[in-house]
Write a protein that binds this ligand. Structure first.
Ligand code: TEU
Ligand code: CA
Length: 538
């Protein structure tokens, strides 16, 4: 990769600012805290950081509700602190990506305050407003991901407004060109300051159908992939009219044209859709829309070899020249160590799952603490903060279990803060802290570093076309990657038992340096539990 397309195959380290490092001792992470830990992040060998939202916000959805798109929330610091963070990151060779939450704003955003005054003010059409049905009920059957109708009655304006998430997160009306222009201008503000890219929150939710038609029900046999980790009415609706509208492609093209004025910058969109990979293809192919996108394919499902093969097959068939960004964990889902590998083997499992996504065509997101193999934290009801989780407890315990403070050392507050933090530090995570693992040469952290550094030197793994190889053991994942005439074979054993397979007679040389062990005897490959094999093919 050249410096301009560093993002292609890059590893992006996601930081949840509230929970990374608290420098001023108020129990909430901040920008100065992040800056103080950038050496550590750089030592992982990652290419970039993505910061979850740091903008002015009432924090009802912890920053995913923005009330000023061009300022830093005082809780996190100042614009000067952010500039200092960018400078330090760049010194260390890290790119800085920020989270743009432009599908909706906070209801305290001045634009919404103005919009709700009446039906004729200059911002009247900036959000999605509609009259009730004759009986006073909401205009249609659209549902909010966070539960209930997606429409909220506003007694000031005497109309309903659309919210795909919390009631306090009104959706913008992207059909209004002034809205699109305002968002692009705000993004330019950060590009001019030196940020290297954006993670685009709910990128396929920007447009709705102006006809406000009812969404059709899911038919028998159709996928219910959307939204919630728990079964809820949202998954029984096909989201035809409320999201993933075709008009969005033109907006993404306008956005890309702006991004291209800033060489070396990038975008990664978050796609939640009934047909996620199809949408990924639509949004990232052609080089004129998004650079990358991620879906929930590996984010909210338990893993099994058949499932993984299916996702990869779909990717090969559907994504085309689009560019996926793979992730196993983020601030919205149960940590992958717990979701995928709640097994006795602490560190082998997180490493082999990371090897899987580092072996795929695409880029990779690594969520803070994943490099430590942290399990999901158990947050008691009294400490729950997530507005999505509270009403659904205990069917869905919310997203706090993956958002607890980073564990830097094994002291009771994990070295995160000097006071009790906004979410409790997980006692179970303390023995896995950064300091503990740094001091132990056998710890997962060192293996993750080694694997990431190794992958950065494998142009075939970064860029190659992907196909799957049939081997005579269905427990194993076997892939061939091909780039500029060179072919690599990857075989992964994601099970807790030793596995064997016949791998074919075209192995030219085994690759070393990744840290996994295996033994090849003729054409018979033996892979111990959670181990991987990489070889050049003739
Ligand atoms: O998430 C959007 C989204 O699709 C998630 O709600 C997802 O379906 C769910 O969390 C699965 O558990 C983005 C942000 O990542 C999330 O933190 C915000 O709450 C949400 O948008 C609203 O801005
Ligand atoms: Ca703080």
């Amino acid at each position: 990769t050249t410096t301009l397309n560093w993002w292609k195959g890059g590893v992006i380290y996601q930081i949840y600012p509230r929970s990374f490092m608290d420098a001023n001792g108020d129990g909430i992470g901040d920008l100065a805290g992040i800056t103080s830990k950038l050496d550590y992040v750089a030592s992982l060998g990652v290419d970039a950081i993505w910061l979850s939202p740091i903008f002015t916000s009432p924090m009802k959805d912890f920053g995913y509700d923005v009330s000023d798109y061009c300022d830093i929330d005082p809780m996190f610091g100042t614009l000067a602190d952010f500039k200092a963070l960018i400078d330090r990151a760049h010194e260390l060779g890290l790119k800085v990506m920020i989270d743009q939450v432009i599908s909706h704003s906070a209801d305290s955003h001045p634009w919404f305050e103005e919009s709700r005054q009446d039906k004729t003010n200059p911002k009247a059409d900036w959000y999605v407003w509609s009259d009730p049905k004759p009986d006073g009920s909401p205009p249609n059957n659209w549902l909010s991901i966070f539960g209930g109708s997606a429409w909220k009655w506003d007694s000031r304006r005497l109309q309903y407004y659309l919210h795909n998430f919390l009631e306090s997160q009104p959706d913008f009306n992207f059909h209004n060109p002034d809205v699109r222009k305002a968002h692009l201008e705000n993004m330019r503000f950060w590009l001019d300051m030196g940020v290297d890219g954006f993670r685009l929150d709910t990128v396929n939710f920007y447009f709705h159908s102006e006809g406000l038609e009812d969404n059709p029900p899911v038919l028998p046999g159709e996928p219910k992939t959307m939204g919630a980790p728990h079964d809820n009415p949202y998954t029984y609706q096909r989201h035809v009219y409320d999201l993933s509208r075709p008009e969005n492609l033109d907006f993404l093209k306008d956005m890309r044209a702006m991004m291209d004025e800033y060489p070396g910058t990038t975008t990664v969109g978050e796609i939640g859709d009934d047909f996620p990979l199809k949408r990924m293809a639509e949004y990232t192919s052609g080089g004129d829309k998004l650079h990358m996108a991620y879906t929930f394919d590996f984010l909210n499902k338990p893993h099994a070899p058949d499932y993984i093969r299916d996702v990869l097959k779909n990717m090969q068939e559907i994504v085309g020249d689009g560019w996926p960004c793979w992730a196993l964990s983020n601030h919205d889902v149960v940590r992958s160590r717990t979701r995928w590998g709640a097994n006795e083997d602490g560190e082998a499992y997180p490493l082999i799952t990371l090897a899987l996504i580092l072996s795929l065509r695409g880029s990779v997101c690594l969520y803070q603490g994943e490099e430590l193999g942290l399990p999901e934290a158990d947050v008691p009801f009294e400490r729950i903060q997530d507005p999505y989780g509270i009403p659904l407890w205990p069917v869905f315990k919310g997203r706090d279990g993956c958002r607890t403070p980073m564990v830097w050392d094994k002291s009771p507050l994990g070295g995160f803060s000097t006071v009790e933090p906004w979410l409790p530090v997980s006692k179970e995570q303390l023995p896995l802290s950064v300091a503990e693992q740094e001091a132990n040469p056998d710890a997962l952290l060192h293996k993750v570093r080694k694997l990431i550094h190794w992958r950065q030197q494998q142009p075939v793994l970064v860029n190659g076309e992907l196909s799957q190889r049939d081997v005579d053991n269905a427990q194993l994942i076997a892939l061939v990657r091909e780039y500029q005439g060179e072919r690599l074979l990857v075989v992964l054993n994601m099970t807790g038992e030793s596995q064997q397979a016949t791998v074919g007679n075209d192995i030219a040389a085994e690759l070393q340096g990744h840290g996994f062990t295996s033994s090849l005897n003729g054409q018979t490959l033996t892979l111990p539990a959670y181990q991987a094999f990489f070889a050049k093919l003739s």
